[in-house]
Design a protein around this ligand. Structure first.
Ligand code: NOJ
Length: 571
């Protein structure tokens, strides 16, 4: 595999609304990100992904953009953005922005012009279609529930398409004029000094233009729109002739000339298409490894509720994915993001939801093959919040799920219980900086409630505690990037081991000269394992104690939630 500048890097996602508010309006801002750059540098972060900071009505918290070439005043100004790029650069931190070009906001000038003159040039920036007898053009269900079609304001029988909320009209990528606008904007940002983009919802930019109804898969009489994507790909023989044409053009016109780093939010492609998407000549540098964190959703649609993962299932999914990737490509490994519940609450059994278990989970994930992306607060072990009423939520998707659940006959308590486990707001509660009011996030009223556990879980307290989760993450990242081991952690082969030992998740990372064993016990009871190779040294342990001692023979015992990273002889 050809080496790339970003292969040995550590990514970190900031959800700006919830990171740090410096002006007391209850919403995080770019000045807050700048203030915390030393913190991020000390953690070992190299690539900083900012969720959207463009002007937006915030129906979907910035994923509804009303002006692509500006900054929302809630977050600051373009000058603040330039300052952030420059200050970050001084610390060797690259900034990547969120590229949301499947849809814009209904407040964007393009959409307003389309409303004013649907037959004019801007009408063709969107998908406008006549209804069938006054009803929607087809039966597709959107990601956030309900139809993908909404009547264009002022029209009797003309609808526009939206894969997400009705305030997020989809852009028509079939129109070359629209594509030109996008490329101009992308290059404008890259020329400003950002290193690349995280690319939102990108698989949706190609539509099945037959617009045929989907098989009904829910009590609402609709079919989930993602099925139209897979149906289209099957029918048209894969992605290369469809979405691939757009993605190649985007890469050639924008990313390649800037040597940009891009990480795609890509769903609905077969693993056989990994090479096409993120191989040597792929459309993107990398994409998020969603399969292992989302497999619980397989075969379901958004209107169904799911359950927590169990560690053995997660292990299987991670291993299958790592094996598939081989050395074809590098995926971006995550245990959480702004759309998912926190990793600690999702993957760890109750008895493991403590600092020791949190460190174990972090180790397993950060040392996998691929580029790790840490989500803000993961490094201190932030957890899901307790949600008492539906009014505490802000997320459009959670609120929709709550109502779907109520319509399906669940009681208020049951509906809240179903939402609370997976609500996207779990990851969006403000960053917990200290024990002061609002966890030091704001002096005003936070836009979303602060998790009650901030007096125990916060940066300031953990900073000075050598055994804290934060200091462990610092050590873990430093190990991954250390001159002696960065090669094996970036490029070493991934080899699962002790696969049939339930509750143990273990793997080797191996090059010709080095063999590292990462081994964790997710179980409640201690487990003994026989080492296959002699131990050279212990590189990391999550046990809050002095230096761990080397095993006296080839048997090691892992206590509940213990993780050990060994360097073994290669033999
Ligand atoms: C994926 C983003 O991560 C999510 O937050 C957003 O709601 C949708 N795409 C729509 O942009």
């Amino acid at each position: 595999m050809k080496k790339k500048w970003w292969h040995e890097k550590i990514g970190y996602q900031i959800y700006p609304k919830s990171f740090l508010d410096t002006n007391g309006d209850g919403v995080g801002d770019l000045a807050g990100v700048i203030e915390k750059l030393p913190y991020l540098e000390q953690l070992g972060v190299d690539i900083l992904w900012l969720s959207p900071v463009y002007p937006s009505p915030m129906v979907d918290n910035g994923y509804d953009i009303s002006d692509y070439e500006n900054i929302d005043p809630r977050f600051g100004t373009l000058e603040d953005m330039d300052r952030l790029i420059a200050e970050a650069k001084k610390k060797n931190i690259s900034i990547i922005m969120d590229l949301v070009v499947n849809h814009c906001s209904d407040q964007h000038a393009w959409f307003q012009k389309a409303i004013a003159d649907p037959k004019g040039p801007y009408g063709d920036y969107f998908y406008l279609k006549e209804g069938k007898d006054g009803k929607e053009p087809n039966n597709w269900r959107s990601y956030f529930g309900g139809s993908v079609w909404e009547k264009l304001p002022g029209q009797e029988n003309l609808f526009y398409y939206h894969a997400y909320a009705k305030e997020q009209p989809d852009l028509n990528w079939e129109n070359p004029a629209l594509r030109e606008e996008i490329y101009k904007m992308v290059n404008w940002w890259l020329d400003r000094g950002i290193a690349g983009f995280r690319i939102d919802a990108i698989i949706n930019i190609k539509k099945d233009l037959t617009w045929e109804d989907l098989p009904v898969d829910g009590p609402d009489g609709r079919g989930f729109l993602t099925n139209s994507i897979t149906r289209m790909q099957k029918r048209d023989g894969g992605t290369k002739n469809g979405i691939g044409v757009f993605l190649r053009e985007l890469k050639e016109r924008c990313f390649a000339p800037h040597d940009a780093f891009t990480v795609g939010e890509v769903f609905e492609v077969d693993r056989e298409q990994l090479e096409e998407f993120i191989g040597e000549d792929g459309y993107f540098s990398t994409m998020f490894a969603f399969d292992p964190i989302q497999s619980y959703k397989k075969g379901t649609c958004q209107c169904e509720f799911d359950r927590n993962m169990n560690p053995d299932e997660w292990k299987q999914d991670v291993f299958v994915n790592q094996k598939l990737l081989g050395d074809i490509a590098f995926e971006a490994n995550i245990i959480e993001n702004h759309d998912e519940p926190t990793g600690v609450s999702r993957f760890l059994p109750d008895y493991a939801q403590n600092p020791t278990g949190t460190k174990m989970l972090g180790t397993i994930s950060v040392l996998l093959r691929g580029i790790p992306f840490i989500y803000q607060g993961q490094e201190i072990g932030m957890q899901n919040a307790v949600w008492n009423t539906v009014d505490e939520y802000n997320d459009i998707n959670t609120i929709d799920q709550y109502h779907t659940a109520r319509d399906a006959g669940l009681t208020d308590k049951e509906a809240l219980e179903a939402c609370s486990r997976l609500s996207r707001d779990n990851a969006r509660t403000p960053m917990q900086w200290n024990t002061q009011e609002n966890a030091g996030f704001t002096t005003g009223t936070p836009w979303l409630k602060v998790n009650d556990n901030y007096t125990e879980i916060n940066v300031e307290t953990q900073d000075t505690d050598p055994d804290s989760v934060l200091n462990y993450y610092r050590k873990l990242i430093a190990l991954r990037k250390s001159p002696a081991y960065k090669e094996v952690f970036a490029y070493g082969e991934f080899l699962p081991v002790y696969q049939n030992t339930s509750s143990v998740m273990a793997y080797y990372r191996k090059t010709e000269n080095q063999r590292i064993l990462i081994t964790a016990n997710f179980g409640k009871e201690a487990v003994s394992l026989t080492l296959e190779y002699p131990v050279k040294q212990i590189l990391l342990s999550n046990m809050a104690s002095a230096e761990p001692s080397l095993p006296s023979n080839d048997i090691i015992t892992l206590n509940s939630c213990e993780v050990l990273v060994f360097e073994l002889e290669t033999l």
